[in-house]
Design a protein around this ligand. Structure first.
Ligand SMILES: [Zn+2]
Length: 679
């Protein structure tokens, strides 16, 4: 690179070459510090302002040595030189003379990945092209606020603090408010619950439809929690608290010193400073805020751990249940390892997370996290080793510690389990169904009757074969698609099977005609437990006052299994758990119906016009998901559709083609492929 270096006419600084520099000061503004700010460095006798978000700049201290490489010449702006965000690279030099390590700080970390969703037979159904990168703009943080709302259990929870750019008035709100004093739109100040030490990673869709959100997930990475105690079960029941659990198992100093403003113990000094600030500002509130900033700065300067904590993973609700949570966690792990976030100091050995939700949703485990123990307050702790040393620590713990041995590092266990499969195949033999309609003009207006009489139609019975002499078997646990043009007889075939499985339908005079074949038979085994959906005719009934979670729990009888069922259909959020059916969108209602049917643990699930009201991508997601659940639980699934993309996502074992009065089976694979019955 040295050959390419040239000298800037403006600043006299070399470009395209790494040069040693020293931090002079940092700029972390009071307003918008997450995305605005910078560092002033001194390099080759010049002072240059490097523009970067305050969330990075605040981790540097005056006097610190860095390496900088200008891609463009810094520009003189009113007596100082300014390097815009896209014009330089920056490394922190960490570890002291002789054993210095370079930790890259700028440009912000970024990586691309592709998440391909495959059907059960390995066909690509759809994919996401995802860019993971650190949040650096105001818009990034506004979208994080939008996502954060979905994280909270209650709609009343306020997730962001906003500030008036004119008068400085603060207000808490979930969407951008207007200043009650000045009437101007307020600016985002901070995400509630985050710390000065927090860093944010966003997942952006590289290719997206106009109606899709830009950011579909975010991860908040922080320093480890200051103190962690764990529960150790007693043999006689109950548990005792073991203090400082991590330090006994992993490197003692990995988790310290962490960001912990409360540990600032120089009380006397604080009080003196507070009195000075009070004198200066004449306001206790302002003095307290200023002191808080000073304490936070000191805590940031001290923080230097070999660990990191994933404090939050939030996926947009429309994109749940598709593995984006796992992708988000994996990307965050790479970011932590490569950039040593959040502190950008020591190399990282281990990543921790403390998440009650990990009991119900295994995405941390899918990303490679290992369950360790429960904290003193009963929240599960999971860890991910980034180094060989950390891996050995965790393995030793799982081998030697009684708590570790008892669970083997696994937290999530499916509570849905399997159903009692159909005891024998559904056997359709020589089935014939005639559609019969009676033309009776006597109830029409007199003028129309006259016209019809002119055509010779007065009273006539119309009959046609919908299904004629159809024979086929559906094996226990099979996933079967029924395809054919509309009106071809798909629904009729499903009704014949439903009639055999639901007692009473063929005895009831009102339903007898629809559910009974004219000739032939359908046999269903005696242990059949059916759930079926005929849109507009037979659908799960939701109580207007009942939340989804209550509804599903009432049917399945186990809270953990209820959450699992909702997660499985992609309604994995506290907002959905607490929502009532009428509050959902069309696509969400479709998923809720599936959850309701799955919750009664049927061994036969029949769905007519499957996903007919859903957009292409949602239909594929739901089909793929349902096919997987049916297979893992042993449910016989029969779904009718005429959408090729849904068929692909279902990846059925058997396709029944219906049309022109016949129905026959087209096997997708195996020796039995081809015609297996029919007229
Ligand atoms: Zn104002």
């Amino acid at each position: 690179m040295a050959q390419q270096s040239r000298v800037s006419r403006q600043a006299g600084l070399p470009v395209m070459r790494e040069i040693s520099a020293r931090v002079v000061s940092r700029n972390v503004p009071l307003v918008g510090s997450r995305w605005r700010g910078g560092l002033v460095v001194e390099a080759e006798g010049r002072r240059v302002a490097l523009l970067m978000p305050g969330s990075l700049a605040r981790w540097f201290s005056p006097g610190e040595r860095v390496l900088v490489r200008f891609l463009d010449e810094p520009e003189p702006v009113g007596g100082v030189y300014v390097a815009p965000r896209d014009s330089y690279e920056l490394w922190r030099l960490w570890g002291g003379e002789g054993r210095e390590e370079r930790v890259k700080a700028w440009p912000p970390w970024r990586a691309e990945t592709r998440l391909v969703k495959e059907s059960i037979v390995g066909e690509e159904v759809y994919e996401y092209d995802v860019v993971a990168r650190e949040a650096v703009t105001e818009q990034d943080y506004e979208e994080i606020v939008g996502l954060e709302q979905y994280h909270y259990a209650s709609k009343e929870e306020i997730v962001a603090i906003w500030r008036c750019p004119v008068c400085g008035y603060y207000k808490e709100a979930n969407v951008q408010p207007t200043c009650p004093r000045c009437g101007v739109p307020m600016k985002l100040q901070e995400i509630r619950g985050s710390l000065p030490s927090s860093r944010f990673l966003v997942l952006e869709l590289k290719r997206r439809e106009p109606y899709e959100p830009r950011i579909v997930a975010y991860v908040r990475v922080d320093t480890p929690i200051p103190l962690m105690h764990r529960r150790v079960p007693r043999p006689e029941g109950g548990f005792e608290i073991e203090r400082m659990a991590r330090e006994k198992i992993c490197g003692r100093d990995w988790f310290h010193p962490t960001f912990w403003p409360l540990a600032y113990s120089r009380r006397r000094e604080l009080l003196r400073k507070f009195r000075e600030l009070l004198e200066l500002y004449q306001s206790r509130r302002v003095a307290r805020a200023a002191l808080g900033d000073a304490i936070a700065d000191e805590a940031l300067r001290r923080a230097n751990t070999a660990a990191a904590r994933i404090a939050r993973v939030v996926v947009h609700p429309d994109y749940r249940g598709d593995g984006l949570g796992v992708v988000a966690v994996r990307m965050a792990l790479r970011w932590i390892e490569e950039r040593r976030v959040p502190e950008m100091k020591r190399g990282k050995h281990i990543v921790e997370t403390v998440a009650q939700m990990a009991r119900y949703n295994p995405f941390f485990e899918k990303a490679g996290f290992v369950y360790m123990w429960d904290t003193a307050s009963g929240r599960p702790v999971l860890m991910y080793p980034l180094s060989e040393e950390a891996k050995r620590c965790i393995e030793r713990y799982l081998r030697e510690d009684p708590v570790g041995r008892s669970h083997g590092g696994r937290l999530f266990r499916s509570r849905y389990g399997v159903v009692e499969k159909l005891a024998s195949p559904l056997r359709i033999s020589r089935l014939t169904k005639i559609y019969r309609s009676e033309l009776d003009i006597s109830r029409l207006p007199e003028s129309l009757q006259e016209v019809l009489r002119a055509f010779g139609a007065e009273r006539r019975i119309v009959e046609r074969y919908v299904l004629r002499d159809v024979s086929l078997d559906i094996e226990p646990g099979e996933v079967v698609a029924v395809v054919g043009a509309s009106g071809a007889g798909k629904t009729t075939l499903l009704r014949m099977i439903i009639g055999a499985a639901v007692p009473g339908l063929r005895e009831n005079p009102e339903t007898r005609e629809s559910y009974t074949p004219n000739e032939g038979s359908v046999e269903a085994p005696p242990n059949t437990r059916i759930e079926y959906l005929l849109p507009g005719e037979h659908e799960p009934v939701f109580d207007a006052e009942e939340t989804l979670l209550e509804h599903v729990y009432r049917r399945i009888g186990d809270p953990a299994a209820a959450v699992e069922v909702l997660n499985a259909v992609g309604l994995s959020d506290a907002i959905f758990y607490r929502a009532r059916f009428n509050e959902l969108s069309t696509g969400q209602k479709e998923r809720a119906k599936l959850a309701s049917m799955l919750a009664s643990k049927p061994n036969l699930l029949i769905i007519d016009e499957f996903t007919a009201h859903l957009d292409r991508l949602t239909a594929q997601r739901v089909a793929r998901k349902l096919s997987r659940i049916a297979r893992s639980a042993g449910i016989t699934l029969i779904a009718s559709t005429n959408r090729p993309e849904v068929l692909k996502a279902l990846a059925p074992d058997k396709i029944i083609l219906v049309g022109y009065g016949t129905a026959y089976v087209e096997r997708r694979e195996g020796p039995g492929a081809g015609r297996a019955g029919g007229a």
